[in-house]
Ligand binder design. Structure first.
Ligand code: NAP
Length: 532
């Protein structure tokens, strides 16, 4: 029996939308599945107050259509969630993409049949769909982490997670609100919640490094300058380590005088956003330079936060760069408000969540609303919550029991005809995701065309190149603190999750490698005419 479709795509976020569009343009039949009721992925789910991208809008957008990038008008330097979701909807309308998806239909199981070289997918509506190829576009930060805190289910007030913020909003005015977590999501939400809530109590385990976004409306002339040569900007991003146009100062922080170092840090702080991390090239690889960055933050926090005890609690203990830097609007200032209190969970851990609030080792905090800003089971979580079974019925969950292994972040040995967009082992979360998603999409489309032209039915990553790829990733990241810390990058935020750093840290080298592999007839993949 021939398969129902050439390709099944899981996910209707930025990756899923781009891939179904390009599949259709290239005459592949496709069926997509999406858990949400519409397109948007990350930007569909993360509707918490203050949610905003930390990559400039003009770069965090598709480049596959010149007309689209000329027509769409971003209003701010860093777009807020509603505007990004409007953009996703515009793209879905403009390219008529919704017809490829079944919405509100989570995928439960995907099984590869060795005999027919076909993927069979079972969805929540009981439907079974068969296709030659499976493409996962499930995102890297889409499996929300709800920690197992004692008593959580007994809380009688409203309980919300930033990653599943209700579309109808949450009534915060006049409420006593608690937020658990101080990562990027919390740091964006806290200043906005503080303005609405009667009282806000923030429960912090580890303090984060946060820089002001300095978000602002985009000026007409800067938009026009970019649009006159959008291709030029995209080409420049292609040469940058994270695929966005951030300038890295190629001086060491130790090569300059203390006064000059301070001036450069201050200039980046005033400029705002992630470019702070490029103040000096060696902030995450030279621990003396790292000390200087840590000291700069300590002084900044002391200067902004009036209460010395609160300021001391807000000072991060871990090294700069171990975790992703947060980007905020008024975060530290928020702790000067009379209605905001910071609870340091290292001094008074949570005993239990009660019906009416949170009881720590010291006292009970009464709450009407509890916000979990507790992050994600990153990179592997979104794939492993689906029961994916490859050749010989091997479960991805078992195969990755000791950590994820992929080849180029695109293929997995033992899982023929499966492609992972922005998978573990690709630049993904360390890059401008929309840009690098499109690089993956084009690579997969070229690969599928090659297989069609050469009448090849089966492609599978080989074990040895996959293992070598994993070793390359470790070697590439080993100099930086990023691969060593307790962060979601390494899986340390999820109890029991294997610790492995699975992100490629240098996009241009990654692209070069993908191009070489394709040019060599998909070196490192085994291609065959039919079933195993
Ligand atoms: P996150 O960075 O993992 O932060 C989760 C927070 O919850 C941390 O402060 C963590 O504390 C805390 N936490 C987790 N479990 C806890 C527990 N049992 N008890 C107390 N505290 C607990 O998650 P996120 O803030 O959602 O951000 C994840 C990533 O999404 C970001 O790094 C970024 O890549 C992306 N993101 C980007 C933006 C943006 O574009 N601006 C916005 C939001 C998210 P510990 O640090 O102690 O573990």
């Amino acid at each position: 029996m021939p398969p129902d479709f050439d390709v099944i795509v899981i996910g209707a976020g930025f990756a899923g939308m781009a891939i179904v569009n390009r599949l259709h343009e290239n005459r592949f039949t496709v069926q997509g599945f999406e858990t949400g009721s519409d397109v948007g992925g990350t930007w569909y789910w993360n509707r918490y107050p203050g949610a905003r991208c930390d990559v400039p809008s003009m770069e965090y957008s598709y480049q596959f259509s010149e007309a689209l990038q000329q027509d769409w008008e971003w209003t701010e330097r860093y777009a807020a969630q509603p505007e990004i979701l409007r953009y996703a909807n515009h793209v879905a309308d403009r390219f008529d993409l919704r017809k490829f998806f079944k919405f509100e239909t989570p995928v439960q199981r995907a099984e590869y049949d060795d005999e027919t070289a076909v993927w069979q997918l079972t969805a929540s509506d009981g439907s079974i769909t068969r296709a030659r190829y499976l493409i996962t576009a499930v995102g890297c930060l889409s499996a929300a982490n709800t920690p197992d805190i004692p008593g959580l289910s007994s809380f009688a007030g409203q309980l919300v997670h930033t990653a599943h913020w209700p579309a109808e909003g949450v009534e915060l005015s006049g409420k006593r609100v608690g937020v658990i977590g101080t990562g990027s999501s919390a740091i964006q939400a806290i200043p906005v919640i503080a303005e609405e809530a009667a009282r806000l109590t923030v429960f912090q385990r580890n303090a984060a490094y946060s820089v002001p976004a300095r978000n602002r409306p985009l000026a007409a002339d800067e938009v026009q300058t970019i649009k006159r040569d959008y291709k030029g900007l995209r080409a420049y991003c292609e040469t940058r380590p994270g695929a966005y146009a951030m300038e890295v100062n190629m001086q060491s922080a130790l090569d300059v005088s203390a006064a000059e170092r301070q001036r450069i840090f201050e200039e980046r702080w005033q400029g705002g956003g992630i470019p702070f991390t490029g103040a000096f090239y060696d902030l995450t690889i030279n621990m003396e330079s790292n000390d200087a960055a840590m000291e700069f933050f300590r002084k900044k926090i002391c200067g902004i936060v009036h209460d010395p005890e609160t300021a001391a609690k807000l000072m991060p203990k871990h090294r700069f760069g171990v975790k992703r830097i947060c980007v905020d609007t008024g975060y530290y200032d928020t702790y000067n408000r009379p209605n905001v209190q910071l609870v340091d969970l290292t001094e008074e851990p949570i005993d239990t969540i009660t019906e009416s609030g949170i009881r720590t080792s010291k006292t009970e905090y009464k709450l009407d609303t509890l916000v979990l800003a507790t992050g994600f089971d990153a990179l592997t979580g979104p794939l492993l919550r689906i029961d994916i079974r490859g050749a010989a019925g091997r479960q991805l969950r078992e195969v990755w029991a000791h950590g994820a292994e992929t080849y180029l972040g695109l293929g997995v040995a033992g899982f023929p005809n499966m492609f992972v967009v922005s998978g573990p082992g690709s630049p993904s979360v360390l890059s401008n995701m929309v840009h690098t998603i499109e690089q993956h999409v084009e690579w997969v489309i070229d690969c599928l065309k090659y297989l069609r032209e050469h009448n090849i039915e089966r492609i599978e990553a080989e074990e040895a190149p996959q293992q070598a790829w994993g070793e390359e990733l470790i070697a590439l990241s080993s100099m930086s603190v990023i691969s060593k810390g307790n962060s979601w990058y390494t899986g340390a935020n999820i109890p029991g999750k294997p610790r492995r750093f699975m992100v490629h840290t240098y996009y241009p080298a990654y692209v070069q490698r993908c191009t070489q592999v394709a040019a060599a007839g998909y070196a490192g993949f085994k291609l065959s005419q039919g079933a195993a």
